[in-house]
Ligand binder design. Structure first.
Ligand code: NAD
Length: 293
């Protein structure tokens, strides 16, 4: 079994690294949050104090970071990954970031003989914990084949989409559908609430019909429970929508509904809900409808 380095132990990275440990992989970890590191060390990982040291001790490096600036910091920063890599290593970024950043970071790694994959995921915290993530992969076939054995410990639907960046494009498509569906569920349940209809029964009825979706099921339940603890943070989804809109602009693809939902997310940030789960789009829909909690 190849030795894996894991950088970024947040909502997603923590359960993913635990699944790799459970599968028997030797893991070296790093995160700027020492509490998160402690939890994974207790589960069996080794701790080091720099990203460079993670690279020096590993054959494969996985990153699961919030956004592009953090990936650049981890790779290019002082004592970063780039300083510790050797030819033949495999680098896999599973974060959701701008395709342009992937290309820039990967080019620097490839110059050092490292094979790089973009492999963003879908399925959320629940999928990360259950090891049932959907993994969308861009990059060379040889790198993909080498990653499949441990991707299978993290996810169920593992698809090699195409060349470098193809995984991130797929993830942008995914985020459009998720955002617009949450907004649809939020608007529908707000309408039901203001009409004085039992919202739980509305959800139950719709789950048996054509409007059925995992989002109506899971996020609909969150909205009923007023459970806006993330999950997936509004500020991260807004980052993903910006990636989708930017990609649309570069390719002259209008994404009008995506733009509207991104504006709603901006409003949530302005109202101080950036760290809430993205199902908090319902809070805004209710506020605009003059409903109080
Ligand atoms: P998170 O904010 O919970 O975790 C990110 C982790 O990265 C944190 O532990 C943070 O301390 C660490 N970090 C930040 N800067 C660092 C640095 N310079 N060096 C080392 N560690 C650093 O985010 P998350 O929800 O786990 O999401 C991670 C990525 O996965 C994001 O790109 C997100 O868009 C994507 N994603 C999230 C979900 C979800 O449901 N949460 C689902 C699919 C994809």
């Amino acid at each position: 079994m190849e030795k894996i380095g894991f950088i970024g132990l947040g909502i997603m990275g923590k359960p993913m690294s635990k699944n790799l440990l459970k599968a028997g992989y030797g893991l070296t970890v790093f995160d700027i949050n020492s509490e998160a590191v402690r939890e994974i060390v207790q589960a069996g990982a080794s701790e080091v104090s720099t990203c460079q040291a993670v690279a020096e001790r590993s054959e494969i490096i996985i990153t699961m970071l919030p956004d592009s600036p953090q990936l650049e910091q981890v790779v290019f920063g002082e004592n970063g990954v780039l300083a510790g890599v050797r030819p033949g290593m495999l680098f896999i970024d599973m974060s959701t970031i701008a395709p342009a950043t992937s290309q820039k970071v990967f080019a620097a790694l490839q110059e050092k003989g490292v094979i790089a994959l973009d492999a963003p995921v879908s399925g959320g915290q629940v999928g990360a914990e259950a090891g049932t993530l959907s993994i969308m992969v861009g990059g060379p076939e040889a790198g993909f084949q080498r990653a499949v054995p441990f991707f299978e410990k993290l996810g169920k639907n593992i698809v090699h989409i195409g060349d470098t960046g193809a995984g991130q494009v797929t993830k942008a498509c995914n985020q459009i559908i998720v955002a617009l569906t949450i907004q649809a569920v939020a608007e529908a349940l707000t309408l039901a609430k203001k009409a004085g209809v039992d919202v739980a029964r509305v959800r139950e009825a719709l789950l048996g019909g054509f409007a059925q979706s995992r989002i109506l099921d899971l996020h609909g339940q969150r909205i009923l429970d007023r459970n806006f603890k993330p999950g997936f943070k509004v500020k991260l989804h807004r980052k993903d929508m910006n990636i989708a809109l930017q990609t649309g602009r570069e390719l002259s693809v209008p994404l009008p509904a995506s733009a509207i939902v991104t504006e709603q997310m901006d409003a949530l940030l302005a109202l101080g809900h950036g760290d809430a789960d993205h199902s908090a789009l319902a809070l805004l829909a209710e506020l605009l409808a003059g409903l109080k909690d």
